[in-house]
Design a protein around this ligand. Structure first.
Ligand code: GLN
Length: 268
C-alpha cells in the first residue's frame, strides 16, 4: 500500500448513469486499488458542496436523457459551475460521456423544449435534429487523434491507441476551436458527418462512447489515474502494469466482430 490517495468525483450518479456508465467509476477505483492506492468515490449530486468539488482528483460524468440533463444544468450554476470550470482549467483529468460533454459545451438543443445552456468550457455545440432523425446507435471504434493524449497512449501501448465503445445519442455535436478526441473508424461519432469523435481539452476526455468506455479500453483508465496522481502529488507517477489479458481478448473479439484490424504493436 502506498500512502497516495485518489478521490474520484462522480457527477450526479442518480441522474447521469445511463448505459452502464457507472462501469467507468468501478474500473478507475479497481485499477487504482490494485496498485495499492487508497480510493474514495465521492458522489457529486444536488447535495454536494463547492468544497466537495475541490477535493476531487479525477472526475467521471455519464450520459443522461434530455430531461435529466435539464435538472443537472439547473443545479450546476453559479459557484458549483465556477468550481468545476476552475478544476478542469487547472488540469484535473476527467471522462465525460454523451450527455455530460453536451453540458460542457456552449449549449444542447433537445428535440423538444428549450435550449439548455452549458458551461461553455469546450468550444462546441450539440443539437438534436428532432425525433424524425435517426439516433446514432451502435458500436463505435475510433483512433485517438488528440496529439498529447495520443502521444502518451502510444508510449503506454507501443501501438496506435484505438478505442472501442458503444454510442446511443440523438444529439449531434459540432466542434469549434477544440481538438477532437479521435477519428471515427466505425460508427457515427460526434455527428455522423465530419468523422470526428469527442473532444479533448486540458486533461478532460469528452466522448460519445458508453460501453462503458474504461473497462473496454483500460489504457484510458490508467492514463486518467496516472495524470490525476501526477497532478495531485506534483511528481511523476508511473503505474505498475496489470495483467490485462482478458480485456485484450475481449478487445480482439470486438475488433474481429466489427471487422476492424487489431492495432499492431510497433517493432522497436
Ligand atoms: N440526451 C442526449 C442525446 O440524446 C444524450 C444521450 C445520452 O447521454 N446517451 O443526445
Amino acid at each position: 500500500m502506498t500512502n497516495h490517495q485518489l478521490t474520484i468525483g462522480w457527477l450526479y450518479p442518480n441522474l447521469m448513469s445511463t448505459y452502464g456508465d457507472r462501469g467507468n467509476v468501478i474500473c478507475l477505483r479497481q485499477r487504482a486499488q490494485w496498485r495499492g492506492y487508497e480510493v474514495q468515490v465521492m458522489p457529486l449530486d444536488q447535495q454536494a458542496s463547492v468544497a466537495d468539488i475541490h477535493k476531487v482528483d479525477v472526475l467521471v460524468g455519464g450520459g443522461a436523457q434530455d430531461r435529466q440533463q435539464e435538472i443537472v444544468m439547473r443545479d450546476l450554476r453559479g459557484a458549483k459551475a465556477e468550481a468545476l470550470r476552475e478544476k478542469i482549467e487547472a488540469g484535473m483529468p476527467g471522462v465525460f460521456t454523451c450527455g455530460s460533454p453536451q453540458l460542457l459545451g456552449h449549449y444542447y438543443e433537445p428535440a423538444l423544449g428549450q435550449r439548455i445552456e452549458g458551461l461553455g468550457l469546450l468550444d462546441m455545440v450539440s443539437k438534436h435534429p428532432g425525433f424524425d432523425a435517426r439516433r446514432c446507435i451502435g458500436n463505435v471504434v475510433f483512433e485517438v487523434s488528440a496529439s498529447r493524449l495520443a502521444g502518451d497512449l502510444e508510449k503506454m501501448l507501443n501501438s496506435p491507441p484505438v478505442v472501442i465503445g458503444f454510442e446511443n445519442h440523438g444529439g449531434r455535436t459540432y466542434l469549434g476551436n477544440v481538438e477532437p478526441l479521435g477519428r471515427v473508424l466505425k460508427g457515427y461519432g460526434n455527428n455522423g458527418e465530419d468523422g470526428t469523435e469527442g473532444a479533448f481539452y486540458r486533461n478532460a476526455i469528452a466522448t460519445y462512447s458508453h460501453g462503458p468506455l474504461l473497462p473496454k479500453n483500460p489504457f484510458l483508465a490508467d492514463w486518467l489515474i496516472q495524470t490525476a496522481l501526477t497532478e495531485k502529488y506534483k511528481m511523476p507517477i508511473s503505474l505498475k502494469p496489470l495483467d490485462d489479458a482478458l480485456a485484450t481478448q475481449a478487445r480482439e473479439a470486438m475488433f474481429k466482430r466489427l471487422n476492424v484490424s487489431f492495432p499492431v504493436a510497433a517493432q522497436r
